[in-house]
Design a protein around this ligand. Structure first.
Ligand code: NAD
Length: 252
């Protein structure tokens, strides 16, 4: 077993499912104590159970990343419980599809609040801690639909994810001098419920990917988690303000 994160405390938002859960488990397998955060306690508790079942250490904090008080409490709780915060994966996000003229105002506001304000608030509170405690590493989840390619029907989501890419790169420049290294991932379709079209099964999605994806398939959770761990690990130490596309060639 490798242990790139032994002695580190890693925070993962959206840790109750999908890419967040897979990455939380991967951090724990490599020695980190992992704090998973999200809005619903049950899936977070399940992630912690999975971490513990594999011999790792973790805990859960219920928090809405679009709420400033929640995010402040989340970071403070992680530090109090586990003695620090060294790695943060700001991954919580939502997608509401629809062409631009049909986007519902509530869906627009919700995506901005969670995808953009949520990442900003998370970085704000994480950086405040890290800059006082010797630095740290932050990875944000953007999307290939943000800064890298266009797909009709995803305009609002794309706007929020392009914002995450911009925010990531700007913050990276602002804080690298203080030992805080910030990067993003921009996944294409990964094998979570988010990449299923309405009414689509996983088998349908696999069939669709054969023609719509250059690589002929969707990405695995392991492939997404591996990219996050690389960006969070010392081996990527010279990589700053990068937005790593993981999309099987879709935006190439
Ligand atoms: P997912 O729906 O399983 O994960 C999203 C997580 O965010 C969920 O656990 C959800 O509970 C949490 N969340 C939502 N709103 C929240 C809030 N206000 N506060 C706290 N937590 C909240 O889907 P996923 O595919 O694992 O998505 C993870 C991230 O990856 C998202 O940011 C998503 O936009 C991004 N992404 C996914 C894909 C894909 O194809 N799956 C592609 C590109 C980017």
């Amino acid at each position: 077993m490798t242990s790139r994160f032994t002695g580190k405390v890693a925070l993962v938002t959206g840790g109750g499912s999908g890419i967040g859960r897979a990455t939380a488990l991967a951090f724990a397998r490599e020695g980190a104590t992992v704090v998973v955060a999200g809005r619903n306690p049950e899936p977070l508790a399940e992630t912690v159970e999975l971490i513990e079942a594999s011999g790792g250490q973790g805990s859960a904090v219920t928090a809405d990343v679009s709420n400033s008080d929640d995010v402040a409490r989340l970071v403070a709780t992680a530090v109090e419980r586990h003695g620090g915060l060294h790695v943060a994966f700001n991954n919580a996000g939502v997608l509401a599809a629809g062409p631009v003229a049909d986007i519902d105002e509530q869906d627009w506001d919700r995506q901005l609040a969670i995808n953009v304000t949520g990442v900003w608030l998370s970085m704000k509170h994480e950086i405040a801690h890290m800059r006082e405690h010797g630095g740290g590493v932050i990875v944000n989840t953007a999307s290939n639909l943000g800064a890298h390619r266009r797909l009709p029907g995803t305009g609002a989501y794309a706007a929020t994810k392009a914002a995450v890419s911009a925010l990531t790169r700007t913050a990276a420049l602002e804080y690298i001098g203080e030992g805080i290294r910030i990067n993003a991932i921009s996944p294409g379709p990964i094998e979570t419920t988010m990449s299923l079209l309405p009414g689509e099964t996983e088998a349908d999605r696999a069939e669709r990917a054969k023609t719509t994806q250059p690589i002929g398939r969707v990405g695995t959770l392991a492939e997404a988690a591996a990219a996050v761990l690389w960006l969070a690990a010392p081996e990527s130490g010279f990589t700053v303000g990068h937005d790593l596309v993981i999309d099987g060639g879709a935006s190439a």
